[in-house]
Design a binder for this molecule. Structure first.
Ligand code: ADP
Ligand code: MG
Length: 734
């Protein structure tokens, strides 16, 4: 180990040890609070100090009662004049009222349900600081209206200045812990431990962006210095906050981009020789349509990648109906023609089957195709396993049955994953691992991931940063945009008439509901259940048409039967939960009616909408909602205004950006990690400029010193050795 590294070792270890101190040992915490903290993943002092304020409140100035405004929060210095307990009918405890003065006027402080012994604290002439929302109300003392504060925060001790006379931090509520208590605990922790934070970032970088040292930043974030700007703090624009955000992005980007470099060192079989390209061209000519320009570009990019002896790792994103499948099949034909094995994994049985039928149609016996799902009989599976082991070149299409242990490929050279956001990272990794052939230098498969959920640019650079991205924006010709309308409950009738007239014309309709059972665990008891709705629609609304019901609790073959009937137009109205979201292709369906659309993500709605408008007929999407313009109707996750984004927008990318802002990144990452990216402060929507800045810096460092061996990068290297890649591991896409 170089000299310099050794000399910095002791202090790092010492401070790591200190920051690893259990929170219990922070003054004021103790066993009870530490159990509560632990439940919220705050276990060590470091966790505590990186539990950052959600926002701030400006208490740097005291106001006089005369300056109070009704409904506004204010902090006052007062002297207690008198107190009184007033019995209240229908309440077990009296009301406690204290009249206080600021030297000019009086204000009343009121406490319902006062704690025991309150009157011994509110002693006459005691000076206190009070923070609360002012209103005007009746006083029991003189029976006139006065300024009052209900349950204000009282600061008894005038000596400490954690809670007043400054901008104070506001934390997310943890169970019943008051913000005052949290502030006190954090204050203690800061005094004792904040200097233990050591610097991982290279000093030049801090200088370059004028960012403060970490320990200083931590202090400034919890207890902003005098003169700090409340506006900058609330917008996360102070240099202390930017420093934390920068570091989070920086470390993340390093891992992501490093992973990409590592992939480039792996080996893969090079394809796309004369034979494969001839086959590709032959099948392209057999298609009943010509490829769009962007489909051709996508194919060319894939050819370019797969011709190299290093594994391709590519994502194709394109709106529903943009024709990704044909790109997948055509590129698969190259590998098949050159003797490789190819696997295509789809998230549902229905979708996998649809792909299989399409592949059979296209390849028409000239290339081997096979199907595998949980339903495949054992004998058939055994035969298939034997063929795969023998190295027979084939395209195997299936559900996650493909990643069962028993399925072993001899040479899986090309692995495709459709609608990737439906899979967890782990499932993708297993499929990929099935294609790794050990040897002196192991051979890796080429990977192609297909998604109809467009990924906002910032996410593409973070969560998917190790993938190359192809985007298909244009739709095949002849599609007219779906007419979309957000419809409030009371305006439902005209939409139902429209649906009826479409049915009369011979078209078919989807009705989507967010939940199956009336009283779901989440407690949306007033939501209509798909099952009862199906009955109502059948009996009362569309009695002359056939209504079918599809939901997640049906067995796979039951679902398949219903889907088949819908495809054959034996069912005209398909009531469904979101299981139909992916891949279904019924060109005769022209209406997508979505109940409680406010319960869905915008991207999800956009995908559902993509199920119609696939044929020659004008199609409609009705987004029914309980939301109304007077806001209080429903406690909503998505506002009417945002829902309306869909009305005049067909661009999946714009919708995705909007979604990222509303719902965070969980929507775009696999189902398994529906949480968020591992950032404590950084925000992909708010902090994009910092993201790009940190990314540029990482690219620089990776050029100069990818393994972080230079002196100025040693602290960073130690960080990664110490913390491992654990927190980022789950984000890797391959
Ligand atoms: P997605 O991108 O949603 O997976 P698909 O691959 O399922 O889209 O394609 C949707 C439909 O469009 C399919 O019926 C497919 O045959 C058809 N299609 C694909 N490419 C073209 C094209 N270039 N011109 C016309 N139709 C096309
Ligand atoms: Mg598809």
């Amino acid at each position: 180990m170089p000299q310099e590294a050794r000399s910095s070792t002791p202090s790092t270890q010492w401070s790591t040890y200190k920051l690893d101190t259990p929170v219990q040992f922070v003054k004021g915490v103790g066993p009870r609070l530490s159990t509560i903290f632990a439940k919220h993943n705050i276990k060590t002092v470091k966790d505590l100090l990186t539990f950052f304020p959600r926002t701030y409140e400006d208490r740097s100035e005291f106001v006089k009662i005369a300056q109070l405004r009704v409904g506004q929060k204010a902090t006052l210095r007062l002297k207690i004049l008198y107190t009184k307990k007033i019995p209240i009918r229908s309440r077990p405890k009296p009301l406690f009222e204290a009249i206080c003065s600021d030297g000019y006027q009086t204000i009343s402080l009121k406490f319902f349900n006062p704690y025991h012994g309150i009157e011994t604290q509110f002693t006459k002439n005691r000076e206190i600081t009070v923070s609360g929302v002012a209103k005007i109300n009746y006083s029991h003392f003189d029976h006139f209206d006065h300024f009052e504060m209900l349950h204000p925060e009282i600061i008894w001790d005038q000596a400490t200045n954690i809670n007043v006379g400054r901008i104070i931090p506001i934390y997310i509520e943890i169970e019943n812990l008051s913000n005052r208590l949290l502030r006190k605990i954090l204050w203690e922790a800061i005094q004792k431990f904040s200097s233990a934070f050591t610097e991982d970032l290279p000093i030049e970088i801090l200088k370059k962006h004028s960012l403060p040292q970490l320990s200083q930043a931590i202090q400034m974030i919890h207890f902003p210095p005098q003169g700090a700007s409340i506006k900058a703090l609330s917008e996360f624009k102070t240099s202390a906050q930017e420093r934390i955000i920068y570091e989070e992005f920086f470390k993340f980007e390093y891992l992501v981009l490093k992973q990409r470099l590592n992939i480039k060192k792996e080996k893969a079989i090079s394809f796309c020789h004369a034979n494969g390209i001839q086959t590709l061209n032959a099948f392209t000519n057999l298609l009943p349509f010509t490829l769009t320009r962007e489909q051709k570009t996508a194919i060319n990019e894939i050819i370019f990648d797969m011709a190299k002896p290093i594994p391709m790792n590519r994502l194709i994103q394109g709106d529903v109906g943009s024709g990704k499948t044909v790109v997948a099949f055509l590129t698969a034909s190259i590998v098949l023609a050159e003797g490789g094995q190819v696997a295509l994994m789809a998230p549902t049985e229905i979708l996998a089957e649809q792909h299989f039928l399409n592949a059979q149609k296209l390849f028409n016996g000239k290339l081997n195709t096979a199907f595998l799902s949980g339903k495949t009989p054992l004998s058939e599976r055994k035969t298939l396993q034997r063929r795969l082991l023998s190295g027979e070149s084939m395209l195997l299409i299936g559900t996650h049955a493909l990643i069962q242990e028993q399925i072993v490929f001899k040479n899986l050279n090309y692995a495709l994953i459709d609608e990737q956001h439906r899979f967890g990272v782990e499932q993708r990794r297993i499929l990929r691992n099935k294609g790794i052939q050990p040897g002196e230098q192991s051979i890796h498969p080429h990977i192609l991931i297909l998604t109809a959920t467009p990924i906002p640019r910032t996410l593409a650079l973070t969560a998917y940063g190790d993938l190359a991205v192809t985007t298909i924006k244009e739709l095949p010709p002849g599609r007219s945009p779906v007419i979309t309308q957000v419809i409030q409950e009371k305006y439902k009738n005209p939409a139902y008439h429209k649906i009826y007239s479409e049915l009369k014309k011979g078209r078919q309709v989807y009705f989507i509901f967010p939940l199956i059972q009336e009283s779901d665990a989440e407690g949306f008891t007033h939501l209509k259940a798909a099952t009862t709705a199906a009955e109502t629609l059948q009996k009362q609304v569309f009695p002359e048409f056939k209504v079918g019901l599809l939901h997640g609790q049906l067995k796979a073959d039951e679902k398949a039967i219903i889907m088949e009937k819908f495809k054959k137009n034996e069912i005209q109205v398909l009531v469904s939960t979101t299981v139909i979201e992916v891949g279904i292709d019924v060109p005769n369906a022209t209406v997508m009616a979505i109940e409680h659309s406010e319960r869905f993500g915008l991207s999800q709605l956009h995908q559902l909408r993509g199920r119609v408008g696939r044929g020659e007929y004008q199609s409609y999407c009705f987004l029914f909602t309980l939301l109304s313009t007077n806001k209080n109707a429903v406690d909503s996750t998505i506002s009417l205004k945002r829902l309306k984004v869909l009305e005049n927008n067909n661009d999946g990318f714009k919708i995705a950006e909007e979604d990222l802002e509303i719902r965070g990144p969980g929507e775009f990452l696999g189902t398994r990690q529906s949480g968020a990216l591992p950032f404590r402060m950084a925000n992909l929507v708010r902090d994009t400029s910092i993201l790009f800045r940190s990314r540029d810096d990482v690219i620089d460092i990776l050029k100069k010193d990818p393994e972080l061996n230079q002196l100025e990068h040693l602290a960073l290297k130690k960080f990664f050795t110490r913390e491992g890649n654990d927190q980022f591991e789950w984000l890797k896409t391959s």
